[in-house]
Design a protein. Structure first.
Length: 245
């Protein structure tokens, strides 16, 4: 991956951080993104640079098309090209369906689904021009199953799966692969106690009876950007301890 550059959204902690470090170990330059905690993003970039690659931080909300445009301009000005995009950033607020207003609904879907359109519009043209690119979308086992109280999350993640398949077909002739990874219960820092409890309960129900680690998802991302995966596209790979996709 030497001379490749990757943009990973939501990479200040947990799965996103692990993906950045996986790519850095492979020799890939990395762009760390977060929407609020710049200090955490700077720490991840510093860790990544310890592997001898160039690392940068671009702060902004990927659910905002204007913000994505500015971040893309910043990234391209520094690196010249972005070859790999991982759409990892996600929000999972909980609210009964009948209590949701328009603003709430659209905000969740913008971050969890529209962001992949915005980053694709920003970075895929360069991939087409160079004849090589990798796009990885992070979906989620429970989001694909359906969430009670988190309807827009499920809608967005289903849409992300549809976008994955459509982009894989459209851009395959240009040497670009587009895949999705569906994590199961993964250990990590969380601000929502209810979500933490839900993930622990999910882990108890799957065959392996334990939570996975962020590195399990990062390892799959490492595979998908490697030469070994150049014939893999349009797929959703489950990494969930034996739970249903």
């Amino acid at each position: 991956m030497t001379n490749r550059t990757a943009f990973v959204s939501g990479s200040g902690r947990n799965i996103g951080r692990a993906i950045v470090l996986e790519f850095a170990r492979a020799g890939c330059n990395v762009i760390v993104n977060g929407s609020a905690n710049e200090e955490a993003c700077n720490r991840v970039a510093e860790e990544a640079s310890g592997h001898g690659v160039e690392a940068a931080v671009v702060m902004g909300d990927v659910g905002d098309s204007g913000a994505v445009g500015k971040m893309a301009a910043q990234a391209l000005a520094q690196f010249g090209a972005v070859d790999i995009v991982v759409n990892n950033a996600s929000i999972r607020p909980s609210k009964p369906f009948l209590e949701m207003d328009d603003e709430y609904w659209h905000h969740v879907i913008s971050v969890d689904m529209h962001a992949a359109f915005y980053t694709g519009r920003a970075f895929v043209p360069g991939m087409v021009e160079r004849g090589w690119g990798r796009v990885i979308n992070i979906t989620g086992m429970n989001a694909i199953h359906g969430y009670a109280g988190r309807a827009p999350v499920s809608v967005a993640k289903h849409g992300l799966w549809g976008l994955t398949k459509s982009m894989a077909k459209e851009f395959g002739p240009n040497g670009i692969t587009v895949n999705a990874i569906s994590p199961g219960p993964i250990r990590g820092e969380r601000d929502d106690p209810e979500m933490s409890k839900h993930i622990e309960e999910t882990a108890a129900k799957i065959p392996l009876k334990r939570m996975g680690e962020p590195e399990h998802i990062a390892g799959l991302c490492g595979y998908l950007i490697s030469e070994a995966a150049e014939f893999t596209t349009g797929q959703m790979i489950a990494c969930n301890g034996g739970g249903q996709t």
